[in-house]
Design a protein around this ligand. Structure first.
Ligand code: ADP
Ligand code: MG
Length: 321
């Protein structure tokens, strides 16, 4: 059944307000920011065929659209407050909108973030734009620019499974049964590391979320901080499914995977134990994978002492892929 614009907003996206003073339905939403906090704002746009495949279940797409935005709040160490949703779609169909809203709002509820407004329009392909707002005490946001020589480099969770799933869809790899379900879930249903970001405030010297592959995103931190890095590929945690692939695929998926939504962060080496404790308090596994070095050294990746050739490995670029 096709729905009118206002019917569909009322049915799927308008809910009683919680923290906001005014939510969906008027010209503006009205928020109640906590006095004295800074507002952290981030936007991500997902376009069908570019950022997701048409084969994804609507419920997972709703989850992912918000998850990738929450991941940016996590990387800043911000606590989620509210978000807006802009939708452009060829058709307004209940069988898409109902599960999409369910996946989206379930993740919103899990993080205590509320949908306060948006825009809805017809358009040639499905596009989902979300803007998230969060809060962080002044001076406590995690930035890309704070890495210092001697810091340790850490990653949360494990990397590369989402890329494995993409390669299965592309036909370059084959996985079946539980293994395919697992990597597909990693690609379609990422877990934003919000609690870890909060736990790392005051401990991490820099942070970024890994959305376009580790090398590219680490590159942003290195440039912003004016430093270099040494990584040990053998120290990267990986799923048993990735570990069963060839060395080439492991290297590609770990270093340039894309769609991981794990946090990459640096912290002073003397705070190693504190990092482990704060990650445990956030129930999030973390692994130390390298060290920040002087800028002249650039970026060096070794595997048990042997240099890894980085030629041909490049970050995911949505204008080039
Ligand atoms: P305007 O005419 O001011 O652009 P709209 O008619 O587009 O407002 O939207 C009406 C109300 O519904 C507004 O409060 C808007 O924020 C909200 N809204 C529109 N689309 C969405 C959506 N996809 N999710 C949540 N709220 C939405
Ligand atoms: Mg509008």
């Amino acid at each position: 059944m096709a729905l009118g614009e206002f019917d569909l907003i009322a049915r799927y996206f308008k809910r009683p307000v919680k923290r906001a003073a005014l939510g969906v339905g008027d010209d503006c939403a009205l928020l109640r920011p906590t006095p004295g906090q800074q507002l952290a704002v981030s936007t991500d746009l997902l376009v069908e065929g570019r950022h997701f495949l048409s084969t994804v279940a609507p419920e997972r797409l709703g989850h992912k659209a918000l998850a990738v935005n929450l991941s940016d709040l996590a990387a800043s160490g911000a606590s989620p407050l509210a978000f807006t949703l802009s939708l452009s779609m060829p058709r307004a169909e209940e069988r898409f909108l109902a599960p999409f809203a369910q996946g989206l709002l379930a993740l919103a509820d899990a993080h205590g973030i509320e949908l306060v407004g948006g825009d809805t329009t017809g358009g040639p392909v499905l596009c989902i734009g979300i803007t998230v707002m969060g809060e962080v005490p002044p001076g406590h946001a995690l930035l890309r620019s704070g890495a210092r020589v001697g810091d340790e480099i850490w990653v949360s969770g494990h990397l590369g499974d989402a890329r494995l799933a993409l390669e299965v869809f592309r036909g370059s790899l084959s996985l079946t049964g539980d293994a395919f379900d697992h990597v597909r879930r990693a690609m379609e249903c990422p877990t934003p590391r919000v609690e870890l970001g909060l736990a790392l405030r005051g401990i991490a010297s820099s942070a970024i979320d890994i959305s376009d592959g580790l090398l590219g995103d680490l590159g942003h931190v290195l440039r912003a901080s004016g430093v270099g890095a040494e990584l040990d590929l053998a120290a990267f945690p990986r799923s048993a499914i990735l570990a069963a692939q060839s060395d080439d695929w492991q290297r590609t998926c770990l270093l340039t995977g894309g769609d991981d939504y794990e946090l990459l962060f640096t912290a002073p080496a003397e705070r190693h134990e504190e990092v482990l404790l704060s990650a445990a308090s956030a129930f999030t596994p973390v692994h130390c994978v390298g060290r920040v070095v002087a800028p002249e050294r650039g970026l060096v990746v070794t595997q048990r002492g042997t240099p890894v050739d980085l030629a041909g490995l490049s970050a995911f670029d949505h204008f080039k892929s």
